[in-house]
Design a protein around this ligand. Structure first.
Ligand code: WTA
Length: 657
């Protein structure tokens, strides 16, 4: 393309703020009936049957929604099903020989699991887990990177009715132990190690260190990922995954009948306080919801090769690599590596090689692609793509348009999907064949979802004004509670805006948002003390508590500063104790402590030593000011501070780093 045309195109896109669904997409889309919105409105909650209808039930449910003990809602009550049977067994007749998982390893090696093969290995591992003493309702912790054994272990657990609790492999040993203790988990499935940028990484030592801090005996299964290169050998008492599967070759395990409301899994996520929240998801409601949204929003069809580039250690991978796509019998791509190894065209090479039809990724990745430049996608044929998606953080219009143009060739709709660990699946997004897209705005709430933006007194805000995002009606994929902590569940999500006397229950996701005249919602970000670093949710309190745990630190405050690629980065302001040197070595010690407590994703971008923290007269740390300083922004009013002079000192320190 000549430079002139290029400039012309860029200019046209820069001005355009609304985009219609491409005709070629609409012609073949799963959901094309504009009446769907009214159907949900007129026939709520029964309209949700269409989600449940996408699954096979062993026993039909009696009631779609039971709401006599709010906010403990129950969905598809009386129904019975098994998630593993829905993701595997029911596809065997028609799609047994078709790929369920296409796995691409970090070193370029590949594995294909057909539905038949996946079914076989899930059965074998389910039999092995049973032999290890895992019974229905036992929580099994999984601490693994992006290898096929992770979804296999998840589905094996689902098969025998044992909820899984997957811990992101990048989390530290301490974080693993905390989650295993909190979930009463006595079983662990992990791996010897994995590759990063071609080098083998030891994971088993970390897993063992975590296991040692768990109360009670833990049975451990270790996947042999590294073979000869493994830095740690499996020790006595640990079982090798490959041996177990071999010992149970050909075994079959009847899927255990689960009630719709039985727990499918726990997923720990960050909140305002230091303790992670154990979000509980159920078999019937969650599985229906992720299957329905995969169908309606991601437009997944069995013959697709669909790719979500998230990590299964987070909710996006659970819902949209494993459960939603497999329930629909499609081919789900799983990539172990990073997008820039061996080169910055790795993702586009995979799209090209596998003829990927949908790509679902995060704004942080798109910002990196933009920075690297269009020459990387330009090297490949991306014409197999039909739909693009994003999730995890707000996407700015420039990044949206770059994605639309350079990856989608202006022929793919983009779904900007807002949701959370707690919501189970997507809540606010355009329907790709039905709604106009407005870059920067996620879109309207999905049909059947009732969301609004309100002011502190609970009234809807005017169009264009910022307020709090709330959800006014329950939905099938919603969390049911926080594990063994109903009280915290109510405090965290329902207390703020509900009015139990009037029987009004309002879910508060702790996000700020704006709404426009067409009801499109732009999510602005968290209003609690949770950071979003590269789309990963981190609690500032968890990072602060790791920081103050270092000997020589007197006090600390952690805030998020803007970051070009990551969205947000961690800034730690630290007051040292008398006699403690403010040295580079001490700074490194603090960073290492945060990595030990949480993991490298929480690594502070900057550690700033300060003699004082800006505080109000009542002694509250003014985090807003610390954020302004991190961003180099104009400072707001400092007159209410007890110690206004300190702000100037800190500002100078940050700008000189
Ligand atoms: C943010 C990830 C803007 C939001 C699925 C939410 C978003 C938090 C979007 C949940 C989006 C997610 N636009 N912000 N499309 N999607 N978020 O639990 O702040 O890891 O509360 O779930 O990510 O993060 P979580």
């Amino acid at each position: 393309m000549s430079d002139d045309t290029e400039v012309h195109l860029e200019a046209r896109l820069a001005e355009q703020d609304e985009f219609e669904p491409p005709e070629s997409f609409v012609e073949q889309a799963n959901v094309t009936d504009p009446g769907i919105e009214d159907e949900f409105e007129d026939n709520w909650p029964e309209a949700w049957e269409r989600a449940a209808d996408l699954l096979d039930w062993e026993t039909d449910y009696d009631e779609v929604l039971v709401d006599d003990n709010e906010p403990f809602y129950e969905w598809f009550v009386g129904g019975e099903l098994n998630a593993s049977a829905n993701c595997l067994d029911r596809h065997l007749d028609d799609r047994g020989d078709e790929p369920a998982i296409e796995w691409i390893g970090e070193l370029g090696e590949t594995r294909t699991y057909t539905y038949e093969e996946l079914h076989r290995e899930v059965n074998e591992f389910a039999a092995a887990l049973r032999d290890q003493g895992v019974t229905e309702d036992d929580v099994v912790a999984m601490y693994m990177p992006m290898i096929p054994e992770l979804p296999i272990a998840m589905l094996a657990c689902a098969r025998i009715g044992a909820p899984h609790a997957v811990v992101f492999a990048g989390f530290s040993a301490d974080a693993l132990a905390e989650r295993m203790n909190a979930s009463d988990s006595e079983h662990l499935v992990t791996v010897d190690g994995y590759y990063r940028r071609g080098d083998p990484l030891d994971h088993l030592s970390k897993a063992r260190e975590g296991r040692e801090q768990v109360d009670g005996d833990v049975t451990t299964v270790v996947v042999d990922r590294l073979g000869e290169e493994s830095p740690a050998d499996v020790a006595g008492g640990e079982h090798v995954y490959g041996d177990l599967v071999e010992e149970h070759a050909g075994a079959t395990v009847e899927p255990v009948t689960r009630d719709a409301e039985d727990m499918l899994f726990l997923m720990y996520t960050s909140g305002t306080t230091g303790k992670p929240k154990g979000v509980k998801h159920t078999t019937g409601g969650y599985l229906s919801y992720v299957t329905w949204t995969s169908h309606a929003v991601l437009d997944v069809k069995p013959e697709d090769t669909y790719w979500c580039s998230a990590d299964i250690g987070w909710i996006t991978g659970h819902s949209y690599i494993v459960y939603g796509p497999l329930a629909l019998g499609t081919t789900s791509v799983m990539y172990e590596g990073t997008p820039d190894y061996p080169d910055k065209d790795r993702l586009w090479e995979i799209v090209d090689d596998y003829d990927v039809t949908q790509l679902y990724t995060a704004p942080t990745a798109i910002r990196a692609f933009m920075k690297w430049g269009p020459e990387y996608p330009d090297r490949h044929d991306l014409s197999s793509l039909r739909l693009l998606g994003t999730v995890g953080e707000p996407i700015n219009p420039r990044a949206w348009k770059w994605y639309y143009r350079h990856i989608g060739n202006e022929e793919c709709p983009i779904v900007d999907t807002w949701w959370q660990t707690e919501t189970g699946g997507m809540m606010i997004t355009t329907l790709p064949a039905l709604n106009t897209m407005k870059p920067g705005s996620a879109g309207p709430p999905l049909p059947g979802i009732s969301a609004d933006v309100i002011d502190p007194s609970g009234d809807p805000v005017e169009a264009g004004r910022a307020g709090h995002l709330v959800v006014n009606k329950p939905w099938p994929g919603m969390l049911r509670t926080l594990y063994k902590n109903d009280e915290r569940f109510i405090n965290e999500y329902w207390d703020e805006y509900s009015n139990p006397e009037r029987d009004q229950w309002v879910y508060f996701p702790e996000d700020g948002a704006k709404i426009d005249d067409d009801g499109y919602i732009t999510v602005l970000g968290r209003v609690d003390d949770v950071l979003n670093v590269s789309g990963h949710r981190l609690g500032t309190m968890e990072i602060e508590s790791a920081t103050v745990g270092v000997e020589g630190v007197a006090e600390a405050a952690v805030v998020g500063g803007d970051h070009e690629i990551k969205g947000e980065a961690v800034y730690a302001y630290v007051i040292t104790e008398d006699g403690q040197e403010e040295s580079e070595a001490f700074r490194e010690e603090i960073i290492a402590a945060v990595e030990d407590a949480i993991g490298p994703i929480a690594r502070p971008e900057q550690v700033i030593f300060t003699p004082e923290l800006p505080k109000t007269r009542s002694g509250k740390i003014m985090r807003r000011l610390l954020e302004d300083i991190a961003n180099g922004d104009e400072l707001g009013n400092t007159s209410t501070l007890r110690n206004p002079d300190v702000v100037h000192d800190i500002q100078q320190k940050v700008s000189s780093e």
